[in-house]
Design a protein around this ligand. Sequence first.
Ligand code: ADP
Ligand code: ZN
Length: 213
Amino acid sequence: MARKINLILLGAPGAGKGTQAEIISEKYSIPAISTGAIIRAAIASGSEMGKKVKEYTDRGDLVPDEVVIEIIKERLSKEDCKGGFILDGFPRTVPQAEALERLGVEITDVISIEVSDEDIMDRMSGRRVCRACGATFHVKYKPSPNGETCRCGEPLTRRADDDPEVVASRLNVYHDQTEPLKKFYDERGKLKIVIGQEKLEDTTRLTAEALEG
Ligand code: ADP
Ligand code: ZN
């Protein structure tokens, strides 16, 4: 039997974590858990939690640690995580990583996907999402087979936080608060670096090598 994979994907917003998370999820039949997707769903549903966090995400700020820690604690307790999981977008701060350790969550691998700020700005401007089913696309790098329409038939939209000014501020937040996690996991002997490539399948191959090699 294959070894258990409890993976954290690190990387700037738009580095391609979500796409790689989906690919690894299918390959190993383990859930890909995106705190960003959970938060966006909560905002769309108009729940109490959604109302509380909307102002943060609209500004490109991080949602308070205690909120995302609660989200992840609940999600990881579900049955489908027993055989492994992928965390996409969590932890994003050192206190979040410390909380994960305190919860006793074992992490087997941490992969950081590295892309320059300049390339990130270029990528985010072409990103599209489906508000109905949550699928993500890119007009240049990962187009929908139906153009500006999703596979499910809904029109694709740009996320409010993919606006260039908001992206610049999210990159600052990433460098200040999330990048220190590379040292945190390197000290624990878990960190592997993948240089994000222009072609999606090249990043996929390097990520698979990091996981299997
Ligand atoms: P990105 O494209 O930046 O990876 P995500 O979809 O992961 O975006 O997250 C979108 C937004 O949700 C973030 O900008 C942030 O406001 C919030 N968010 C997601 N995950 C976390 C987290 N672990 N801690 C704090 N805020 C988070
Ligand atoms: Zn859709």
